[in-house]
Design a protein around this ligand. Structure first.
Ligand SMILES: Nc1ncnc2c1ncn2[C@@H]1O[C@H](COP(=O)(O)OP(=O)(O)OP(=O)(O)O)[C@@H](O)[C@H]1O
Ligand SMILES: [Mg+2]
Length: 259
């Protein structure tokens, strides 16, 4: 069974794409069959972090009926990228029928994949809620600041109210150290569980890192850089190990691979 994992946040610019790309690459080099769906449609940028020139995107599935196999862009590590299209205005306002078509188009990959990572757009829009809820598990990226907490809470609330999604996993990004990361997680968990019947799980944390910030300039995802700091090696290993065994969450609505 393919396990699908959404990377979401509420607030923008907190490191969703960096996390999605690095985890997808690491899970691939560790031996799994992985695809990364860039669901930040119209503003997709995963291919930039992967330093790939792409030809087709999900827009070709919708507009021309192009098969998913032709849209998949195989990257040098073997990670399969499903590009979300950049600068394509039509993709910015997908209706639910189009979102359904995209989700169903991935059914053809059912026997080729172990893990699907979905990089979602910021906010609690219909698109980010629907693509997240379509996954077996949702990872919310949190940074230790009030605006991130507020937006992550609104996102989790919408996911719970609209889709009955009752368990959410958390990665704390830009944390000072493990203790601070866990403290942020615990205070956020307290807020969420006070008001919502939602279970929370800590998946891991990342420090502020030059290797991550500089990976676009270096044209290489951080996890592929040879002299990666030990703390990043350790933390990405912890995060991807947890992702590989993440449990499926029941929810209502359309699901990837009809799981
Ligand atoms: N741990 C980190 N250390 C240093 N820089 C980071 C870290 N995580 C992310 N960044 C930087 O923060 C910026 C935003 O990251 P990223 O694009 O991954 O966020 P995002 O949540 O996907 O944003 P958007 O909501 O626009 O899609 C990038 O320049 C990225 O390099
Ligand atoms: Mg992004």
């Amino acid at each position: 069974m393919v396990r699908s994992i959404a990377i979401a946040s509420g607030k923008g610019g907190v490191g969703k794409t960096s996390l999605a790309v690095n985890c997808a690459v690491k899970l691939t080099v560790d031996g799994r069959n992985v695809a990364l769906l860039d669901a930040d449609f119209g503003m997709a940028n995963s291919h930039i972090l992967l330093n790939q020139k792409i030809e087709n995107s999900v827009n070709d599935i919708l507009e021309k009926g192009t098969s998913i196999q032709k849209v998949i862009h195989e990257t040098p590590t073997g990670l399969k990228l499903i590009p979300g299209g950049s600068g394509v205005l039509e993709l910015l306002n997908l209706d639910s029928q189009k979102r359904w078509e995209i989700i169903r188009s991935l059914d053809a990959l059912k026997n080729d994949l172990d893990i699907l990572v979905v990089d979602t757009p910021a906010g609690a829009s219909d698109a980010s809620i629907e693509f997240s809820a379509a996954c077996d598990a949702v990872v919310v990226v949190l940074v230790p600041e009030p605006t991130s907490f507020m937006d992550a809470y609104s996102f989790i609330k919408a996911l719970y109210m609209e889709k009955k999604f009752e368990t959410v996993s958390i990665v704390v990004n830009l944390a000072k150290n493990e203790k601070a990361a866990k403290k942020s997680y615990e205070s956020f968990k307290k807020i969420v569980t006070k008001f919502l019947n939602v279970d929370m799980k800590f998946v891991g944390w990342l420090p502020e890192s030059k290797a991550i910030a500089g990976s676009i300039v270096a044209r290489k995802p951080a996890v592929l850089q040879k002299s990666l700091e030990p703390i990043l090696q350790k933390n990405f290993t912890e995060i991807t190990n947890n992702l590989a065994k993440i449990e499926t969450v029941k929810s209502s609505g359309v699901k990837f691979f009809n799981n």
